[in-house]
Design a protein around this ligand. Structure first.
Ligand SMILES: [Fe+2]
Length: 182
């Protein structure tokens, strides 16, 4: 009876006890106990899983913080690198520009009678390019400000070939002999 009562089986057993009823009550009680034990086991497993999940969440949170710190460091390095590249690119541009001006002046020094010729050609190139840019129907797609700047700078070199021509030919008055061409 005690076992039946502890099993919380709602059953009235009348005296004298019927053996089948008693067996049925005991079986129900055993089933209740089995279910309770099973339930406790499931609860224990659930708690274990929850603890593991909590631990994993903690680890993930730590990894996330580490990852964020690493990303911030990478961003900082990238910004520093971008600045460094920009500084070096600007420096290279300055060197290129200085080299072009030096070569242009050298070429201009080889032309005795056309002072300011290279600068004038540069200005003509800019005026023509800007007129084309202003003309929406005729403007080539590549003709943007950066292209015009490069074009005007390289215009300074259009006579650089004079540097390699011997004085006797470059400054010769009158017509050249056939063998002096080329
Ligand atoms: Fe020229």
């Amino acid at each position: 009876m005690d076992a039946v009562n502890r099993g919380a089986v709602n059953r009235i057993l009348m005296k004298p006890f019927d053996l089948d009823d008693m067996l049925c009550a005991v079986n129900e009680c055993l089933e209740q106990v089995r279910l309770r034990l099973r339930n406790e086991e499931l609860l224990r497993l659930t708690q274990e899983q929850n603890e593991k999940l909590e631990q994993r969440n903690k680890e993930n949170a730590e990894l996330l913080i580490i990852s964020q710190v690493q990303n911030e460091k990478l961003d900082s390095w990238n910004q520093a690198l971008e600045k460094e590249v920009a500084v070096r690119t600007a420096h290279l541009d300055e060197i290129t520009e200085a080299s072009i001006y030096s070569l242009a002046e050298l070429a201009e020094s080889r032309a005795r009678d056309i002072g300011g010729h290279l600068r004038r050609m540069q200005e003509f190139a800019r005026i023509i390019a800007e007129a084309l840019i202003a003309d929406e129907k005729r403007r080539p797609h590549f003709l943007v400000k950066e292209y015009v700047d490069d074009l005007c700078l390289s215009t300074l070199l259009h006579d650089v070939g004079k540097v390699g021509i011997p004085d006797g030919i470059l400054f010769k008055p009158g017509r050249l002999e056939p063998e002096e061409y080329g």
